[in-house]
Design a protein around this ligand. Structure first.
Ligand code: FAD
Length: 429
């Protein structure tokens, strides 16, 4: 019997716990350690921030669901990983030993990198967590009573651009519905070198399509930009040239702002000697395994992945839900292989697939594989994406409530798009 500990009860960690149980059967001990009692479906946060969803619609109590599948849940949070002693230590001092450890702790939000950003110590809202999106909804309601300029975007070093576009378009759609859009000048600021770059060097014709969408919605943009400081009600952003040299500076007033921060790895993980890169992201090989600690695997936003291309203002590569599921399946199959005496040489596809809602329509980005040159690369805009995104939310929450690891949506919709979780590699046994 193997003792498997999964740290982080988010999109990657919850999926991993269920998939481990499904694939390995009842004979192994699976413990999921989260921070708090709730799972929150992060992709719904932009809807939460404009009141289109309520928190109880996109969160669930982890213990109520995983318990039915014989998975032990501990919500105390991991404070320390004793990688040499094969155990994690929770915030209450409990020591949980493991034969295999899966690190799925997502991002630490590095608001401290840009002065004045973030909902706690700064002046900008965030949609990165359920709590942040709830806070943004409160601020947005106050804004509706006293509308004015809005600034939305992603700062230097950010990697997750999809939700910034998504939120700008959703706010635009919401304001139009409320007949307030004419009172709200909107500006999109981004560290990307051009609109539609997405941290992916563009996806098909994403540049042209997204620029056109922004023009039609009267959203101005400033790209290749660093946010130098945010103050109460205004921010300074500096455009950069193709060589990354600072150029024109703009002071943008706002009555409401949401800026996505750069990400880092969480402290408990970043502190493990030799496990992470300098930003605290877990270094893994193509089998999702730590080269230094073979009992440790990692999946999700906490994994170190290479930048797709160098950009004048620093940007990172996004890690999207389907890519994370591919990482999870790779880990589960490798652990299964090892437990049954086979060679653990499964590899994930790391395809980038992103459905960005735009309130009444949406944009789908498909990049297979993530790093160019690609076999498949396209962006399409249409109402079907808005519907598909709602389908993704319902399917994922169903999956997290019921513990199924691959229901119908994934099999058919992603199959249709030619998206597979595992690489078709010639295996050695
Ligand atoms: C606003 C937003 C919208 C997004 N929308 C999409 C989308 O539409 N489609 C898409 O494909 N991708 C989307 N993504 C990207 C990605 O799919 C999500 O960020 C996803 O939630 C990442 O999954 P994860 O498991 O890596 O991290 P998370 O889901 O963030 O889970 C990490 C979990 O680890 C926990 N944790 C952290 N530290 C500890 C600790 N020390 N001990 C125990 N637990 C800990 C956290 O509390 C959290 O619950 C979006 C990202 C953001 C920020």
């Amino acid at each position: 019997m193997a003792r498997i500990v999964v740290v982080g009860a988010g999109l990657g960690g919850m999926s991993a716990a269920y998939e481990l149980r499904d694939t390995l059967g009842k004979g192994h001990e699976i413990t999921l350690v989260g921070k708090g009692d709730l799972f929150g479906f992060t992709p719904s946060n932009p809807w939460l921030a404009v009141g289109w969803r309520k928190p109880e619609e996109v969160t669930l109590k982890v213990a109520d669901h995983v318990g039915k599948h014989g998975i032990t849940f501990n919500g105390d949070g991991v404070e320390r990983i004793d990688a040499d002693g094969d155990a994690v230590v929770t915030a209450t001092g409990e020591r949980i030993p493991y034969d295999y450890l899966l690190i799925c702790t997502g991002p630490k939000l590095a608001f401290e990198d840009v002065a004045g950003t973030g909902p706690e110590a700064g002046h900008t809202q965030s949609v990165c967590t359920t709590e942040h999106a709830q806070g943004a909804w409160i601020a947005y309601q106050a804004f509706l009573d006293n509308p004015g300029p809005i600034v939305i975007g992603a700062v230097q070093g950010a990697s997750c651009f999809g939700p910034a576009y998504e939120f700008a378009m959703i706010v635009d759609a919401d304001l139009r519905k409320r007949k307030l859009r004419d009172k709200v000048p909107m500006t999109f600021v981004s560290s990307e070198p051009y609109i539609g770059h997405m941290g992916l060097g563009g996806v098909g014709d994403s540049k042209g399509l997204m620029e056109s969408e922004m023009r039609q919605r009267h959203i101005k943009w400033i790209v290749n930009t660093k946010v130098s400081e945010v103050r109460d009600g205004e921010m300074t952003v500096v455009e950069h040239d193709a060589k990354g040299q600072p150029g024109e500076s703009h002071v943008l007033p706002f009555k409401f702002s949401m800026l996505l921060p750069a990400f880092k790895g969480v402290e408990a993980v970043a502190a493990v000697e030799g496990l992470c890169n300098p930003r605290g992201f877990v270094i893994v090989d193509k089998h999702q395994r730590s080269p230094k600690y073979p009992k440790i695997f990692s999946a999700g936003v906490c994994v170190a992945i290479p930048q797709v291309e160098a950009t004048p203002v620093p940007t990172g590569a996004p890690k999207t839900g389907f890519m994370i599921e591919s990482m999870v399946t790779t880990i589960v199959r490798n652990i299964q292989a090892e437990l049954t005496g086979e060679t653990p040489d499964y590899e994930g596809t790391w395809n980038a697939v992103c459905l960005a809602d735009m309130g009444d329509t949406g944009a789908a980005f498909v990049a297979l594989p993530q790093i160019p040159p690609r076999n498949v690369t396209w962006t399409k805009i249409g109402k079907w994406v808005h519907v598909a995104k709602i389908g993704f939310e319902k399917y994922f929450l169903y999956k997290m409530r019921n513990g199924t690891s691959e229901p119908i949506y994934e099999k058919y919709i992603l199959g249709m798009l030619g998206i597979e979780r595992l690489k078709d590699v010639k295996r050695s046994s």
